[in-house]
Design a protein around this ligand. Sequence first.
Ligand SMILES: C[S@@+](CC[C@H](N)C(=O)[O-])C[C@H]1O[C@@H](n2cnc3c(N)ncnc32)[C@H](O)[C@@H]1O
Length: 250
Amino acid sequence: MENNPVITIFESLPSLGPGDDEHTEKAFSIIAEPPEGGGEILDVGCGRGVQTMALARLFPSCRIIATDIHQPFLDVVDEKAAAEGFSGRIKTVCASMDDLPFGEESFDIIWAAGCASIIGIENAVRYWKKLLKPGGYMMISDVFWFTDTPSDEAREFFAEFHPAMMLEDKGFEIIRNAGLELAGSFRLPSRVWEETFYGKMRGKLGELEEEYADDEGALMVIGGLKRQAEIFEKYPDEFGNTYLVMRKPL
Ligand SMILES: C[S@@+](CC[C@H](N)C(=O)[O-])C[C@H]1O[C@@H](n2cnc3c(N)ncnc32)[C@H](O)[C@@H]1O
């Protein structure tokens, strides 16, 4: 994993993805009946635990298992949990999101911010559904097309950089076909992308290009991120991050 250029570069970035506490709370508020007396939350692909900490604060009685494939990110989560006094409620587990060491129907809530498309949204929804208790909720946020007639520039870029990116409507269809109910959804405002992701990484990418001048894989990831930020600036209505909250029927 240490040789994965995506992880190498993301490890050096100030932010792993767009989003803020306001929108984590907004997604959480769609969950009609948060489990009483605790409840088990699985935070998949938790990165440095930005959302893990927000969930722990929002929902003081829950227990959270935060998983990621990259142990150094989980070490950061453990440090943050200790600093905020959450060590008793947050446990980290290093595991791949498509091969998680948990039994079926283990969780009340599954949270997957900015990572489901790594294994494919359909695979993710169908696999994680099995880990949800009946009546449990799952939140995924990911990048989707908002139009089926994007500009040539955006279409050509994503055909190379993220060919699996799908129309938002296709995401809704995947949820229905998996036998889940859509409890609610919303799009992350483009200003939040700028504030929490692109704006923070712009200066850093120049530095990283120098640092990784001899690493072809890393340079490709850096180039892709630079280009993505430019395209988002030009076509903010064509694609973006959608939060989808779904429920497994009882
Ligand atoms: C875009 S980041 C999102 C991080 C976090 N959820 C957040 O919103 O801040 C994607 C995360 O998925 C992790 N990841 C990548 N491939 C993975 C896999 N196969 N299994 C588990 N985690 C993985 C990366 O290490 C990274 O932390």
